[in-house]
Design a protein around this ligand. Structure first.
Ligand code: F0G
Length: 419
């Protein structure tokens, strides 16, 4: 496998602060990390990446949770609830029915606010403190808003969230509301919310904490680091493939960056890099379209629809970072129907793992790729489940069995159970 390494250790630009700088992935321009608020390149508007003079090896990691990996992060510690250390479940029945050598589920729904977003937020809010910004803001399909509201509250900062009206699961709005975010519901989809919040950020009205913010992705790298460490501890090797749901493709980009940095430091052999495999819902699959057409650019889908509202996204802003990750690791992308998502959600629940629909997309995607023969029977696979079942109680009710009504009487209950 050829893994292009844009990372050049030892080549530190003058703008670096303590060995850290921001670099444009398009034109290579470098910027000081904490002098000014900046989300994209001043020169060409390309996406920015956080770069480090010093890249970590496994021995550099100690402690627990996200901040165990502070040798790979811009700060020693942050505003923490704490996050990370999520389970890597075994699922023997599902493993057998999918038909792979090893299947493990990395359940990110077990983070403090019930999704992987907490990992990015603990770092992002720490950076916001460093920059001394006032109001924090994000557009969200729900989970980012819940995480921002909680971490903003923890830091004592004002938070503003923009949500697509009528398209966010109940649990997520409840969280944002109770943690004290100001919630604006926009008559449009997630992509329009992100357009507006980017405008607000550009006008200096708020500090943007969507995954366009390169520091958030630093925190999310720790999912990849945790998976590799735990899988190796348990199995004595690294997984062949990591399958994950894709919305803005921030997580895909973050995992790829984690792997690149490990390879650059010599901690991981390029042949051991897992194949990054993205899954989208059929009704919102611009990344899958780009991978299938071998296109370098994404076509923005203006109309998107899926029961997996977390990934109801038509313009994955991190595609320029994520597409090379999928390609260079030998991975792929696949779309799945809402029916397949519900059926995977039920299958996971029958193993005791409660996830929201978007999360189940990873398992549905693996099933489809296995049936197509794209994934081999001898592969060791980790599926990422990104959000907790309770995030979307309506979807859970719909996917689960209905409660049965019985009289207030033991004998009647017994007769009902027998009948
Ligand atoms: N799974 C869940 C549960 C999500 O909430 C998201 C994104 C994704 C997967 C996709 O991750 O964007 O990194 O590719 N949710 C964002 C939000 C958009 O606003 O909560 P991605």
């Amino acid at each position: 496998m050829s893994l292009k390494l844009s990372q050049q250790p030892g080549n530190v630009p003058e703008v670096a602060d303590d060995g850290i700088w921001l670099e444009c992935i398009e034109c290579g321009e470098t910027f000081a990390p904490f002098e000014a608020v900046r989300y994209t390149c001043d020169d060409c508007d390309g996406l920015l990446e956080v770069r480090y003079d010093d890249l970590p090896t496994w021995d550099d990691f100690e402690g627990r949770g996200v901040w165990r990996y502070n040798a790979a992060l811009p700060f020693e510690e942050g505003v923490s609830l704490p996050e990370g250390d999520t389970p890597l479940h075994e699922v023997p029945r599902l493993e057998e029915s999918v038909g792979v050598h090893r299947l493990r589920i990395k359940h990110e729904g077990m983070n403090p606010t019930g999704s992987f977003k907490d990992r990015g937020m603990t770092v992002g809010v720490r950076v916001a403190e460093e920059l001394g910004v006032g109001r924090l803001a994000c557009a969200s399909t729900g989970n980012t808003s819940a995480a921002l509201a909680a971490y903003g509250a923890r830091a004592g900062l004002e938070t503003l969230v923009l949500l697509p009206e009528g398209k966010v699961a109940a649990g997520k709005i409840a969280q944002a509301s109770l943690h004290g975010a100001r919630i604006l519901e926009v008559d449009g989809n997630f992509d329009s919310c992100l357009d507006i919040v980017q405008d607000l950020a550009a006008r200096g009205e708020a500090y943007l904490l969507n995954s366009l913010n390169p520091f958030r992705l630093e925190g999310q790298k720790t999912i990849g680091l945790e998976i590799l460490e735990r899988f190796y501890e348990d199995e004595g090797r690294y997984p062949d493939r990591i399958v994950l749901p894709v919305g803005n493709a921030g997580n895909t980009a973050a995992l790829y960056k984690a792997f690149r940095e490990l390879v650059a430091s010599g901690a991981l052999h390029p042949r051991d890099v897992p194949k990054l495999t993205g899954v989208q819902a059929e009704g919102a699959a611009p990344m899958v379209e780009a991978v299938e057409n071998d296109a370098d650019e994404i076509r923005r889908w203006d109309e998107v629809e899926t029961k997996a509202t977390a990934i109801r996204i038509g313009n994955p802003v991190n595609a320029p970072k994520a597409l090379p990750g999928i390609r260079e690791t030998g991975g792929t992308a696949v779309s799945v129907s809402d029916e397949a998502i519900t059926s995977a959600q039920r299958a996971l629940a029958r193993e005791g793992i409660g996830v929201e629909p978007a999360s189940a997309a990873s398992v549905a995607g693996l099933q489809k790729l296995r049936e197509q023969g794209v994934v081999d029977a001898d592969e060791d696979v980790v599926c990422l489940t990104t959000g907790h079942l309770l995030k979307d109680p309506d979807a859970a009710f719909e996917a689960g069995d209905d409660p049965e009504s019985v009289p207030n009487d033991t004998d009647a209950v017994l007769r009902h159970l027998e009948g």
